[in-house]
Design a protein around this ligand. Structure first.
Ligand code: GDP
Ligand code: GDP
Length: 441
């Protein structure tokens, strides 16, 4: 399970700036999918080979009244509850404010490990900046950073991750070779029918086990069988409860969703046909794309809709979810158990596509065909990129690494053209596909 870091602090201290810095590479990835906006609150980052999740609580700000913070917003509380470690950000140029003190009190009660980051400290002397902030009495020494310039951010992240013990799964390879059970996560916003779908797949009695809170930082895995095939349903344990502060946590948790996605091979994203597609649906879809996991979309509650309504919904789905066109869409009813077998077949084929082994000779042949059919355009005045050969750099998602010269000159359009060509040639339906370029000298 990936460590979860929450960024907390009053407005304008630089939370979003730090968030963007910690999750930068991921933001670029989402830009590849026209029509998809990013959820500004949740992101993924990586330090060396250790991935982590970041929650930016900016935007769910504390409620302020007469200069004193009355209440931490509910979402901020939830973020703190779900975090393994909190980075508490203060403004080194302003010094301590009453809000900072109120947040300190809350964090102390939460029992979460906290690191104090004194931001906007570029060009300032360490001792002068931190002296003030010892008064908050948070234990460890404040760290001095500049989110805008990047100073001290690496050390901050290093310290934060040191406070989260490595779980055994993180030290293992994510994909064991020869794994027979498809690991499946069922995600979607509240009330789309996830529990009903799990019932349909597992039978009533299993779901009780599904709802049992597990131990800290565990993923719950429930094996089940359907049409003679083995699957494992993955979910993450109930929120870690430490102290009374966190009792009123909402039913839906983005962090749990993110963790379940990253533990799975294939994600079944459920939506509600009887409701409009919401921003929350699109954000969850975006998380799946970022993770690279295989995807099947289930438009649930298809029962009880007339033909006109069905037509209308289908066209809305096609328009709004165009960026998921690599995935199969199924119109199903979890309640009436209709369409489920076809859905499961798509899950099998999405898994097969995600785990496909693509040999270097075949990849290179397909690459040559693609180039023959359409040359990469020359960049203004520059040389034409030369694509020489391709090999597979990973599975789940498949990564195709293309070697050649002057490959930085490849346009986004041409990259999309190649992606489509490989996808068609190898029948890679249901999985994101990543294309990487490596230029020789
Ligand atoms: P948030 O409300 O806590 O998310 O804060 P933002 O990230 O939106 O930043 C608030 C303001 O502080 C913006 O104008 C940022 O450009 C600025 N800011 C953020 N980090 C730094 C920093 O390290 N140094 C300086 N000088 N300004 C910063
Ligand atoms: P979850 O919050 O995503 O786990 O959603 P639930 O499984 O608890 O379902 C929310 C509500 O939608 C419940 O009242 C279900 O009975 C209902 N529901 C779930 N699936 C279907 C379906 O296929 N058709 C209809 N009509 N209702 C459904």
């Amino acid at each position: 399970m990936k460590p979860v870091i929450a960024l907390v602090g009053r407005p304008n201290v630089g939370k979003s700036t730090l968030f963007n810095r910690l999750t930068r590479s991921r933001a670029a990835l989402v830009a590849d999918y026209p029509g998809l906006t990013r959820d500004r609150h949740y992101g993924e980052g990586r330090m060396g080979d250790r991935p982590f999740l970041v929650i930016d609580t900016g935007g769910f700000e504390p409620v302020v009244k007469e200069g004193v913070m009355q209440e931490m917003a509910k979402q901020t509380k939830q973020a703190v509850a779900e975090a393994d470690v909190v980075i508490f950000i203060v403004d080194g140029r302003q010094g301590i404010t009453p809000h900072d003190k109120a947040i300190t009190d809350y964090l102390r009660k939460s029992g979460r490990p906290v690191i104090l980051a004194v931001n906007k400290a570029e060009g300032m002397k360490y001792t002068a900046v931190v002296a003030d902030f010892y008064e908050l009495g948070l234990g460890s020494d404040p760290l001095v950073i500049s989110s805008a310039h990047g100073d001290g951010v690496h050390t901050l992240l290093d310290e934060a991750l040191k406070m989260v013990p490595l779980s055994p799964a993180e030290t293992e390879d994510e994909i064991e070779s020869g794994q027979k059970h498809i690991k499946l996560a069922i995600v979607g916003r509240p009330n789309v029918g996830k529990s009903t779908m799990i019932n349909a797949l597992l039978g009533e009695e299993r779901v009780i086990a599904f709802d049992l809170p597990g131990t800290t930082r565990d993923a719950i895995e429930i094996p089940f069988e359907r049409d003679g095939k083995q699957y494992t349903l993955v979910d993450t344990a109930g929120l870690r409860k430490r102290g009374k502060v966190f009792q009123a946590i909402e039913k839906f948790s983005v962090v749990k969703t993110l963790q379940a996605i990253s533990e799975a091979n294939v994600v079944l994203l459920l939506m509600d046909a009887q409701q409009d597609i919401s921003e929350q649906d699109a954000h969850i879809a975006g998380f799946v794309l970022e993770s690279g996991r295989a995807l099947v979309v289930g438009i649930n509650k298809w029962d009880g809709l007339d033909q006109d309504k069905r037509k209308e919904i289908k066209s809305e789905v096609e328009r709004k979810l165009h960026f998921l066109s690599f995935a199969k869409f199924h119109y199903v009813s979890a309640l009436k158990s209709t369409g489920i077998s076809a859905l499961m077949r798509s899950i099998d084929s999405a898994y097969a596509a995600a785990m496909a082994k693509l040999s270097t000779p075949r990849l290179t042949r397909v690459l040559e065909e693609a180039v023959e059919h359409q040359q990469p355009p020359r960049k203004q005045g520059g040389t034409r990129p030369k694509l020489r050969y391709a090999h597979q750099g990973g599975q789940n998602p498949p990564i195709i690494v293309i070697h050649g010269n002057s490959l930085d000159a490849i346009s986004d359009d041409y990259k999309r053209y190649l992606e489509k060509h490989f996808r068609d040639a190898f029948s890679l339906t249901g999985t994101p596909l990543r294309i990487e370029f490596r230029s020789g000298k």
